[in-house]
Design a protein around this ligand. Structure first.
Ligand SMILES: NC(=O)c1ccc[n+]([C@@H]2O[C@H](COP(=O)([O-])OP(=O)(O)OC[C@H]3O[C@@H](n4cnc5c(N)ncnc54)[C@H](O)[C@@H]3O)[C@@H](O)[C@H]2O)c1
Length: 329
């Protein structure tokens, strides 16, 4: 350990069967840290994928886990009591902007009540852990300037998902002030890669290409996203777990720092999946969605030396290769 690193050895990862949680848990174990995974294995997308990810973590030395619900306060408190984490990486949440228009109460339960339970467990822990938690680029709403910087206002969310993530940042601020909990919020920007999420655009596009169906492109194809390859996201999170010298309350963007057109994603996926001329179905921008996201990553770079290395034309072939193998193509 260098003088600029924290002494963190035991990490509680909530959402460990999820896309980012699985990759982060693997990395932490690889680095020799002890990891406790917590996940309710809900069926928002196929549970088999969560089980398949998690099956790779279960046999690893240094890994323990519990299948339980964040809203179950006593189960969560017992994990804190028995494992005594010195860092909590809280990734379990109900994600997906559009789904928050359909099923708002799940967002209230997982993202508000669940987050409060995590805060309360941190507050009452014998040794207060560092809390690192996933926020989202969606907190910037539709009116922010590109690139999004942490100094911009974030009080005009346009989806309930975004509102719950912004609420998490505010709740974390209150708890850091009241109880001295070190709370680091990381605003993630469209993370993609192997073992990814079936509800996200890159997977939906790949699935449409595989089945020979048209790809639905919103805002008539005029959309740009800051796509973050999962290894870069994990590197940023890992650096936040280990870094010394962070403040008691921090907010960081974690993205690639580049906005890419969705049409570029489609072209790369089509090439990798062997579709010469993908059919497109152009639709208007749905409620809750924004035309463009692009992260300013200067703060995270300055704080922990974060530097994304994987561009879309490297990352998409890696996702596509995994997708084909997982689907048995
Ligand atoms: N993937 C992205 O592009 C992205 C972008 C911005 C923010 N985020 C945030 O990052 C975090 C991780 O995202 P992900 O892409 O890995 O999502 P994911 O859905 O794959 O992982 C979340 C995991 O949490 C679990 N979970 C959900 N609610 C729970 C509850 N109430 N109790 C216990 N477990 C619960 C789920 O079963 C799932 O395995 C989330 O907080 C998400 O909002 C992700």
């Amino acid at each position: 350990m260098t003088g600029t690193e924290s002494a963190c050895r035991r990490v509680l990862v909530t959402g460990a069967a999820g896309f980012i949680g699985y990759h982060l848990a693997r990395r932490l174990l690889h680095e020799g840290l002890e990891v406790f995974g917590f996940d309710n294995f809900n069926d928002f997308y196929p549970v088999r994928l969560k089980r398949d990810r998690h099956a790779q973590l279960e046999p690893q030395a240094g890994y323990r886990w519990l299948g339980a619900e964040l809203a179950d306060r006593s189960a969560l408190a017992e994990v804190f009591r028995s494992f005594e984490p010195d860092c909590v990486v809280h990734l379990a949440a109900q994600a997906n902007v559009r789904h928050s228009l359909v099923d708002p109460y799940t967002f209230q339960r997982s993202n508000i009540e669940g987050f409060l339970n995590v805060l309360e467990c941190c507050r009452h822990a014998a040794r207060r852990p560092r809390l690192l938690y996933a926020s989202s680029s969606s907190v910037y709403g539709a009116r922010a300037q590109q690139p999004f910087s942490e100094a911009q206002r974030t009080d005009t969310p346009i989806s309930l998902y975004a509102a719950t993530k912004r609420a998490n940042e505010l709740m974390a601020h209150a708890y850091s002030q009241l109880y001295g909990i070190q709370a680091i919020g990381v605003r993630l920007f469209t993370v993609y890669g192997p073992w990814g999420r079936p509800d996200m655009a890159y997977w939906l596009f790949a699935e449409a290409l595989r089945q020979g169906r048209p790809i639905t492109l919103f805002n008539r194809g005029e959309m740009r996203r800051d796509f973050t390859y999962v290894d870069d996201a994990v590197e940023g999170l890992f650096r936040c777990v280990r870094a010394g010298g962070l403040g008691r309350y921090e907010i960081f963007n974690l993205g690639s720092g580049r906005a890419e057109p969705l049409t570029a994603l489609v072209a790369l996926l089509a090439r990798e999946l062997g579709v010469a001329q993908p059919a497109l179905e152009l639709r208007p921008l749905p409620d809750g969605d924004v035309e463009e996201t692009c992260a300013s990553i200067d703060r995270l770079r300055a704080a922990v030396g974060y530097e994304p290395v994987t561009t879309l034309d490297t990352g998409v072939p890696r996702f596509a290769a995994w997708f084909k193998e997982y689907q048995g193509l």
